[in-house]
Write a protein that binds this ligand. Structure first.
Ligand SMILES: [Zn+2]
Ligand SMILES: [Zn+2]
Length: 345
């Protein structure tokens, strides 16, 4: 096999400050021991990227120095670091952005996504993947089967988030599931909940365009909460994917006795309105889901088998030069679910 020629320099979308995203010439960093170099083909734009772009921060994470954006990446392995024996050069892969230190008690217990010293691509100060090339730990790349194209595979990361969320929610066969928020994560959570055996998956939002897409992608019913109330005692599981606290409280009032609510969308530091008496009276559990762990292989399998429609979630693609437009697209048009930036174009 001919080995790929790796250039000394490449281009990357570098965020300097809020609304100041520049496509720049940067050196190609070669893989250290334990790492591989990925030629990045596509990077999904996430709500967190939009927050960094719009505000220079995402929750408690603040941009303090110029940083390459992007954590939802797929591409081709082009070089292996010392001591790395796979995957082979030429393998197409999805990149898991947060892997933990690998040695602390939290990592050793399996919860590497909660590692106290863990880093995540595109989360300050760690550079992201919106770049022609990116080094990542070898254990962070997940090979793609033939049935899953590399561009669509940029969406394996949000799908893994949905898989982890559905596991945290404990969705079981026959469950009636409520998903609040019909953004990309909400739509993927709805699809994964059905693969887990949910009988009904009702998705709420405030935009009809998003609800129509959720219905086309697997929701069994939709509710526009600006017009209609939710039924009472109607759901066994709630997955909150809108990042709007009122949606969580509203959804919890629609839960049946002994149900569970899971926070998936990014939560504010604190929120008033927790229906504590309701939770006690009906023994309603509340938990939360953060990024994902051990979910990439499942996500790759669900996407490759067609049991989850990832391509239907992808609504736009932009060349690297158009990265600022890509960051503005989801906010400018509620028809957009997920857009990708293609660093090779
Ligand atoms: Zn994301
Ligand atoms: Zn760790």
């Amino acid at each position: 096999m001919t080995m790929p020629v790796i250039p000394d320099r490449t281009r990357a979308a570098v965020l300097h400050a809020a609304l100041d995203l520049r496509v720049e010439d940067v050196p190609v960093v070669r893989p250290a021991p334990g790492e591989v170099l990925v030629a990045v083909e596509a990077v999904g734009v996430c709500g967190s990227d939009v927050h960094y772009f719009a505000d220079g921060r995402n929750g408690r994470n603040v941009l303090r120095a110029p940083m390459v954006l992007g954590h939802e990446a797929a591409g081709v392995v082009v070089e292996l670091g010392d001591d790395v024996d796979g995957p082979a050069v030429g393998t197409r892969v999805a990149v898991e952005p947060a892997v933990g230190c690998g040695t602390c008690p939290t990592c050793r217990s399996g919860s590497y996504h909660l590692c106290p010293t863990g880093t995540c691509l595109g989360s300050p100060p760690t550079h992201g993947a919106m770049s022609g090339y990116r080094t990542v730990p070898a254990r962070a790349v997940h090979p793609l089967p033939d049935g899953l194209d590399t561009e669509t595979a940029a969406l394996v990361e949000p799908l893994a988030v949905a898989v982890h969320a559905v596991r945290r929610a404990g969705v079981e066969t026959g469950h009636r599931v409520l998903v609040t928020g019909a953004g990309p994560i909400g739509v993927l959570v709805a699809q994964v909940a059905r693969t887990a055996g949910a009988q009904d998956v009702v998705v709420t939002d405030v935009y009809d365009a998003r609800l129509d897409r959720a219905a086309a992608l697997g929701a069994t019913a939709t509710v526009n909460t600006t017009r209609d109330d939710l039924p009472v005692a109607a759901f066994d599981r709630l997955l909150e994917c809108s990042a709007v606290p009122a949606a969580l409280w509203q959804g919890m009032h629609a839960l049946a006795p002994a149900a569970r609510a899971t926070v998936v969308g990014q939560a504010p530091p604190a929120a008033d309105g927790l229906p504590l008496a309701l939770m006690q009276r009906w023994e309603i559990d509340l938990n939360a889901s953060f990024r994902s762990a051990h979910a990439f292989p499942t996500a790759v399998g669900l996407a490759a088998s067609g049991r989850v429609d990832l391509a239907g979630v992808l609504t736009g693609r932009f060349a690297l030069d158009q990265a600022p437009a890509a960051l503005r697209a989801p906010g400018a048009d509620p028809h957009h679910l997920k857009v990708v930036v293609r660093p090779g174009d």
